[in-house]
Design a protein around this ligand. Structure first.
Ligand SMILES: NC(=O)c1ccc[n+]([C@@H]2O[C@H](COP(=O)([O-])OP(=O)(O)OC[C@H]3O[C@@H](n4cnc5c(N)ncnc54)[C@H](OP(=O)(O)O)[C@@H]3O)[C@@H](O)[C@H]2O)c1
Length: 261
């Protein structure tokens, strides 16, 4: 309800966040959640059509970039910082490739996962650090429960997510004394449209089977809300590590499934 005479123009967003992997899943949901909470947001991903749709829906800015490509990140940093101060970076771009045992793994896939989940993440983090220092900003890493516990078939993904988590913890040690926050959100099973599809190289039936019979896996919105909440805490509060799982999942390898007859 509006009061006559009250200025109904939306308030100018007071803070700006950069969200990587904004073209789908958790990243897109995070853009929506932060914008609803009054943030200005810059979405980053490779697929421009998806980012343009999200911008039309939410009013976010976007920058097309491949975080595994040095030149692409350099150009993206120029475009992002031209938009104004940056108060938060949400490192969400990432993913899993394959489900092979360690002894028969396709190590090229391991290399690609390390390049994306670790090198790409820290390439953009390090490049935005000077801007984040200017605002006493926050850096959020979307790792995984795979960064906390191994599982069979997860070797390459687990190794890259452990590496991301440990490098983020190292960074927190190195930044102590500065007012920057380093936050980890570690999701369990989140039913997003593309995560498992990417993992299984586009095989939809294999991707769908990941969620078969699981009552209420997490949604992208559940993780987006955890991110929004961690950023909304007073600036002296650092949510070091938040593990978020669906109730049906006690561990990666201990998931309740309802069998259908
Ligand atoms: N879904 C789960 O169950 C789950 C559980 C735990 C942790 N996570 C983590 O949560 C994050 C998001 O997962 P999600 O489920 O939302 O997956 P998703 O839907 O597959 O989203 C991945 C995002 O990363 C972007 N991306 C991939 N490679 C990129 C690159 N080289 N440069 C820039 N952007 C890139 C993709 O966009 P473009 O293809 O347009 O570049 C996409 O927007 C990932 O880090 C994942 O490891 C997911």
């Amino acid at each position: 309800m509006t009061t006559p005479g009250t200025d109904t123009t939306p308030a100018t967003p007071s803070k700006r966040a950069v969200v990587t992997g904004a073209s789908s899943g958790i990243g897109a949901a995070t853009v929506r959640a932060l914008i609803a909470d009054g943030w200005a947001v810059v979405g980053v991903a490779r697929r421009e059509d998806r980012l343009a749709e999200l911008a039309a829906e939410t009013g976010c800015d976007y920058v097309v970039a491949d975080i595994t490509d040095k030149d692409s990140v350099t150009a993206a940093i120029t475009a992002i910082t031209a938009l104004g101060p940056i108060d938060a970076l949400v490192n969400n771009a990432g993913g899993a490739l394959g489900i092979d045992r360690v002894d028969s793994a396709d190590l090229d896939l391991w290399e690609r996962m390390y390049d994306l989940n670790v090198i790409g993440t820290f390439r953009i983090t390090n490049a935005l650090l000077p801007a984040l220092r200017e605002t006493a900003g926050s850096i959020v890493f979307i790792t995984s429960t795979a960064a906390h516990e191994p599982y069979e078939g997860g070797g390459g993904y687990v190794a890259s997510k452990y590496a991301e988590r440990v490098a983020a913890r190292t960074m927190r040690l190195e930044l102590v004394g500065e007012p920057l926050r380093v936050i980890e959100i570690a999701p369990g099973m989140v039913h997003t449209e593309e995560f498992s599809l990417v993992r299984f190289g586009g095989d939809k039936s294999k991707a769908d089977s990941v969620y078969d019979g699981v009552p209420n896996p997490l949604t992208a919105g559940d993780i987006a809300e955890s991110i929004r909440w961690s950023l909304s805490m007073p600036p002296h509060v650092n949510i070091d590590s938040l593990v978020v799982r669906p109730v049906a999942q006690a561990a990666y390898t201990k998931t309740h499934r309802v069998t259908q007859n």
